[in-house]
Design a protein around this ligand. Structure first.
Ligand code: HEC
Length: 161
């Protein structure tokens, strides 16, 4: 009888600890895959609940090739990176709007350890507003243009000191 009680008790404790860890852990980060990343930024951790860089809030005028207006959302890991390079797992989501302020394109940078060490380990994606990837991976255009600011970790709308 005593033995059974101890066993049940241990199982209950183990389940409680397991559940607590599971409940408080950050959701697992997606792999460097456009569909997995889209699910993450729209369902697992919806980006419209993220933050803006302190020096780049809300809708801002933009330059070519991205279009006339944009908003750049950053996840916690990026937001809490005070220096370049930012922490692995950082994500920036840029909503690109036309002159009519309608959403045209969503461009994303996702920092994945070991993905592309020569160019800042960024996974790049250009999505249509419904989440279809038009370009992804290490496109020469994205890497080359943003690479002019490699010392700022390829980020153009926020200055690290
Ligand atoms: C010819 C230059 C150029 C190319 C090519 C380019 N970008 Fe950008 N990107 C910019 C500029 C300039 C900004 C600053 C915001 C603005 O003016 O729109 C920017 C901003 C961004 C941001 C917001 C975070 C940041 O870096 O400040 C993301 C995300 C982004 N681009 C993704 C992409 C992706 C993905 C591609 C490739 C599909 C790409 N960019 C190609 C010039 C470029």
């Amino acid at each position: 009888m005593k033995y059974r009680f101890a066993t049940t008790f241990s199982i209950v404790i183990a389940l409680t600890i397991g559940f607590t860890i599971w409940a408080f852990a950050e959701p697992a980060m997606p792999k460097a895959d456009p569909d997995a990343l889209w699910t993450y930024i729209t369902k697992v951790s919806p980006y419209d609940k993220w933050q803006f860089w302190p020096d780049h809030q809300g809708m801002q005028p933009g330059r070519a090739p991205h279009g006339p207006f944009h908003k750049v959302y950053v996840n916690n890991r990026a937001f809490h990176s005070s220096n370049a390079p930012v922490q692995f797992g950082s994500i920036e989501v840029k909503e690109n709007y036309g002159k009519d302020k309608k959403l045209k394109v969503v461009t994303v940078m996702y920092k994945v350890k070991g993905y592309n060490p020569d160019d800042g380990d960024w996974f790049w994606v250009k999505y249509s507003p419904d989440g279809k990837a038009a370009k992804f991976g290490k496109p020469k255009g994205c890497v080359g243009c943003h690479g002019t600011r490699a010392a700022n970790d390829f980020i153009l709308v926020h200055e690290f000191k």
